[in-house]
Structures are given as structure tokens and as C-alpha cells.
Design a protein around this ligand. Structure first.
Ligand code: COA
Length: 217
């Protein structure tokens, strides 16, 4: 299994029942295009990588990359790699949908930005599974970032992640819950909030909450 095969493309097509779904895939060889398309996610990913390094290396000066945090540098991961002396992103894949038919307004209805990090981590940076034809009326919306009905595919995604991790000998899956109302959903799939200053700060602030699912050996 390759990293870009984690995204359950066939199930997405069958769930939405639309034939002309196009999947755009960008990989590590074109990482500049990923940075261009997902600059804030890439900045957050750099921040997460740095945070995990700081947790594991208490002797590190946490302030040395301050200017890159202040400018929200989407290439922060490269700066972290320079400090650590190792490539921190080993592999990365960004996939998103497009529907050619002009009567479907919500064309980019599902996406996944996922990376293999040093420290044997599979990291989900951005995930959306929305049904393009089932917008939820604003007054009925329950969750911060959910504007459309979901596809019921999160479990399949995690199962694909586990298969990939076993193959690549990775021992954890990490993600950052964008809003606190996502925490119970991710907990249902075996993730727990990181017991770190960033995890506690995220819970207090109500968003950007790092969570981890440990995988048995
Ligand atoms: C979060 C998301 C990827 C889950 O994917 P999914 O395929 O819909 O997942 P599932 O259907 O397996 O699970 C969703 C279930 O959890 C529930 N749920 C709980 N908290 C939720 C939340 N904050 N957002 C969405 N669903 C939530 C849903 O009601 C749903 O239950 P139901 O099937 O009984 O209605 C999808 O809802 C989505 O794209 N949301 C908008 C974007 C987003 O929030 N991304 C996460 C950024 S970290």
C-alpha cells in the first residue's frame, strides 16, 4: 500500500453516487505544490513536528524558531529539519476531489493531507468527508466545521491507516482536532488527547487539540 492509497477513493465514489469524481493527487516530489495549496496546514504541521521534538528533547531551546512562528512560515518543517539534522517529513500525500459537472456546487467535498514523519508517526493534517449534495441547513448544524452530511468513512480511513502503519512499522497515528466538538468522534476511533502542554492548551482554548492513537506492536 502506498501513502496515497489510504484515501478511500472507491468508497467515496460509491457513497456519493456520482460518476465523474476526479481525484487530484500531489505527492512528496511536488511538495512545493502542496505547500502552495495548503499553506496554513503546512505551517501547523511544522508546528506539530517542532512541538513533538520539544517534548522529546527537553534540552532544546523552544524559542529558536520564533521568527518562523511569527510569520506562519509554511516551510517551518524545513527549519525544524535543519535544527534536528534529519528530514522530518519522510513522505506526504495530498488528495482532493473535483466534480466536473457544473450543477454540483461543492466540488472539493473530500480531501486528505497525510504525512509520514520522523519518529515513526503517521500524521493526518487535514481530513474532510462531505456529501456534496447534502448540505446541512445552517440552523441545523451541530458541529463547528461541518456544513455537509458526512460520508461515514472515517472508520475505513483509520483502518487503511493501520494497514499502512503495520507495513511501514509506524507505531502511532496523530492528528490535530480543529475544534473541541471533534474530540469525542476521534476518541471513538481510539485517539486520546496528548497529555502535553499543547494538548492541555488546546482543550482550554477549544481547538487545535493534538491527539494520538497508539498502535500495538
Ligand atoms: C470529521 C469528518 C471527517 C468525519 O468523517 P465521516 O465520514 O463523516 O465520519 P463518520 O460518518 O464515520 O462519523 C461521523 C459521526 O460522528 C458524529 N460526529 C460527532 N462529532 C462530530 C463532528 N465534530 N463533526 C462531524 N461529525 C461528528 C456525526 O454525527 C456522525 O454520526 P452519525 O453517523 O450518527 O450522524 C467529517 O464529518 C467532516 O468532513 N467534517 C467536516 C470537516 C472537519 O471537521 N474535519 C476535521 C478537521 S480535524
Amino acid at each position: 500500500m502506498k501513502l496515497n492509497e489510504i484515501f478511500p477513493k472507491e468508497s467515496i465514489v460509491s457513497k456519493v453516487g456520482i460518476d465523474d469524481v476526479i481525484f487530484h493527487e500531489i505527492g512528496i516530489n511536488n511538495i512545493d505544490a502542496i505547500v502552495k495549496a495548503k499553506d496554513s496546514c503546512m505551517f501547523e504541521l511544522g508546528g506539530t513536528i517542532w512541538d513533538k521534538h520539544i517534548q522529546a528533547t527537553p534540552s532544546e531551546n523552544p524559542m529558536i524558531l520564533g521568527p518562523h512562528f511569527q510569520t506562519a512560515n509554511p516551510y517551518l518543517f524545513k527549519e525544524v529539519s535543519k535544527v534536528i539534522g534529519e528530514d522530518t517529513i519522510k513522505d506526504i500525500s495530498y488528495t482532493y476531489t473535483e466534480i466536473k459537472s457544473s450543477d454540483v456546487k461543492y466540488s472539493k467535498f473530500s480531501e486528505l493531507l497525510i504525512a509520514v514523519l520522523h519518529q515513526n508517526i503517521l500524521h493526518i493534517s487535514d481530513i474532510e468527508f462531505s456529501h456534496p449534495l447534502h448540505e446541512i441547513p445552517e440552523k441545523n448544524r451541530k458541529y463547528t466545521f461541518q456544513s455537509h452530511k458526512g460520508l461515514g468513512l472515517f472508520g475505513e480511513l483509520i483502518s487503511n491507516c493501520i494497514t499502512f502503519c503495520k507495513q511501514e512499522k509506524l507505531n502511532k497515528i496523530c492528528l490535530t482536532a480543529a475544534a473541541i466538538d471533534l474530540v469525542p468522534l476521534f476518541e471513538k476511533h481510539g485517539f486520546t488527547v496528548d497529555d502535553t502542554p499543547t494538548g492541555r492548551h488546546g482543550m482550554a482554548y477549544g481547538g487545535s487539540i493534538p491527539m494520538t492513537k497508539l498502535l500495538g506492536s
